[in-house]
Design a protein around this ligand. Structure first.
Ligand code: COA
Length: 260
């Protein structure tokens, strides 16, 4: 598929996807969802991709939400499909078993905020503003906002943000646990890439297994989660990377992980 609304850059072992409709503040239209769906599938199928960074083009927005022009055409039935399709694409992202990081370079509102929450980690520029302003449009968040925001910031804070539609700045987003870290606009991407490179220096099977278990904690009971963790732990002990990592420690040298 030729991408027209996103830029897909494959680096050595990771991918940067840039949402690319800067004149519309990178609003998420149907075509962008189609392209993101294709890109996330491509990443899932490629064993050489071990991390994903998502960001927005221009200096104003990560994404200012679902495309309100397209949304405006919806009725009850098509609105449900509109929500289901966006949710499905975000779920594809959320279920990737590689670290996914949103580098939030400006407004992340509505569907834009929801897209960042479908990532595993969020870094924000000092210029970022985040929120779920859907009530201003007479609707509710439709791409997982009512489900993911309370898990990240707690029910009361999610109520406050979703019921008022108020935006938070980057520092407030960090204070409430919505973003992990805040950087200057110039530092946002370099710091995000340095973070990815740190993770890439670890054993890729271990990283992927850890992502898998942490995500399972959102679905499983504590007892089932511990059971699941032990099984996956055992699986990592059967890898060449585990032998290499432990042997390198004992031989006081740097491990050379190969991903087997
Ligand atoms: N959908 C479609 N187009 C959008 C958009 C969206 N969600 N958000 C911004 N745009 C478009 C604007 O219509 C405008 O296009 P135009 O130049 O053709 O008129 C362009 O992007 C620039 O936006 P503008 O509103 O002029 O920028 P601003 O700096 O004055 O305001 C925001 C920035 C983010 C505060 C404002 O654009 C906004 O409130 N956007 C909608 C946010 C929202 O409700 N998102 C949830 C959607 S479900």
């Amino acid at each position: 598929m030729d991408y027209k609304t996103i830029i897909f850059e494959k680096k050595a072992k990771y991918v940067i996807i840039t949402l690319n409709r800067p004149d519309k503040l990178n609003a998420l239209n149907k075509q962008m969802f189609d392209e993101l769906d294709d890109a996330f599938k491509k990443i899932e199928l490629d064993k050489d991709i071990h991390a994903l960074i998502l960001t927005g083009s221009g200096d104003k927005a990560f994404a200012a939400g679902a495309d309100i022009k397209e949304l405006n055409e919806s009725d009850e039935r098509s609105g449900k499909l509109f929500s289901e399709y966006g949710s499905y694409v975000m779920r594809r992202l959320a279920e990737l078993r590689i670290p996914t990081i949103a580098a939030i370079n400006g407004f992340a509102l509505g569907g834009g905020c929801e897209l960042t929450m479908a990532c595993h980690i969020r870094f924000a520029s000092e210029k970022a503003k985040m929120g779920q302003p859907e009530v201003n449009l007479g609707i509710i968040p439709g791409y997982g906002g009512t489900q993911r925001l309370p898990r990240l910031v707690g029910t009361a804070k999610a109520m406050e943000l979703i019921l008022t539609g108020n935006m938070v700045d980057a520092q407030e987003a960090k204070r409430i646990g919505l973003v992990n870290e805040v950087f200057s606009p110039e530092e946002l991407l370099p710091k995000t890439i340095a973070f990815v490179e740190l993770i890439l220096s670890k054993g890729p099977l271990a990283v992927s297994a850890a992502v898998d278990c942490i995500l399972a904690s959102e679905e499983l009971s504590p007892a089932d989660g511990l059971f699941y963790e032990s099984r996956i732990f055992g699986r990592t002990c059967g890898t060449a990377d585990f032998k290499e990592g432990t042997t390198a420690f004992l031989e006081k040298r740097k491990a050379n992980f190969v991903g087997n």
